[in-house]
Design a protein around this ligand. Structure first.
Ligand code: GLP
Length: 260
């Protein structure tokens, strides 16, 4: 894993947006995997700025989001589809038909999960998968004890995840119990995985993910098996890393080493 430690959350988000922008600018017909969660909000704001000021174009980009709540229609205000519309889709030149999320209100959610997995494969797979991390080490909605070989499917959310996401709903009772999520194996198929974590509340999960033993009790540890994962963290989220001095030495200020 490549670990980039930035001094602030703002710098970490900007570094992450830069990695996404590089992929979009240098890939023929790029395919992005996108994530929701408040950590991602600044990344999308930075990408919108790059679109407006640096002419970063998404005209040939296809996107697949990690997950969606089961039972919410695409126009439900708390659906991840609406979140993405508000943060990114409506502000850049992405083609509306190129922006994919699982359909939370599909009549058969199991069939929808299979359709979604096949749609990613039909596009040739994902060039860069953006990820956040839950406090319990989940990525997408792959909660602890998820199979590390799982593909897109239905997951039941843990109580702690429902409580963490309740802030987005008027009534905590409205938080859906189920989600359609890419599986760990789907995520590991991406050619580059980029995970952003900021703030002290993520420090424990970040340390487990990077330096802990591989295991289903912290699904993000599966990224240790990925040949190209970049983890971008701020100093607060990096606070529990035993080898922080090493990461800072290799990548001062989150930069690549100059090997001549
Ligand atoms: C949700 C999403 C995850 C995200 C996590 C953390 O559970 N499904 O993709 O990583 O929230 O979100 P936040 O960035 O708000 O802490």
């Amino acid at each position: 894993m490549k670990v980039l430690v930035l001094p602030t959350a703002e710098r970490a988000a900007a570094r992450t947006a830069g990695l996404v922008a590089d992929t979009v600018a240098t890939t023929d017909q790029p395919v992005l995997g996108l994530a929701t969660g408040s950590t991602m909000e600044q990344v999308y704001a930075d990408l919108v700025t790059l679109h407006r000021t640096d002419s970063l174009s998404f005209a040939t980009t296809t996107t697949f989001n990690l997950d969606e709540y089961v039972g919410l229609s695409p126009d439900h205000p708390q659906s991840y589809r609406q979140t993405m519309e508000a943060l990114l889709f409506s502000h850049v030149d992405l083609h509306p038909q190129a922006c994919h999320l699982p359909r939370g209100n599909a009549p058969n959610p199991y069939a929808e999960a299979e359709r979604y997995e096949a749609a990613i494969a039909a596009k040739g797979g994902i060039d860069l998968q953006l990820l956040g991390i839950g406090h319990n080490g989940h990525i997408g909605f792959n909660e602890p004890t998820s199979s590390l070989g799982a593909r897109t499917r239905i997951k039941t959310l843990t109580r702690s995840t429902r409580e963490a996401n309740a802030r987005f709903f008027d009534d905590p009772k409205d938080v859906p119990r189920y989600a359609i999520t890419m599986g760990i194996a789907t995520i590991l198929d991406a050619r580059h995985a980029v995970l952003l974590a900021t703030g002290s509340s993520k420090a424990e999960a970040v340390a487990r993910m990077i330096e802990g033993p591989l295991g289903a009790d912290c699904p993000a540890t599966a990224l240790q098996m990925h040949p190209r994962t970049t983890v971008v963290v701020d100093r607060e989220a990096a606070a529990k890393l035993c080898m922080i001095d090493y990461y800072l030495e290799i990548h001062p200020d989150g930069e690549e080493p100059d090997l001549g």
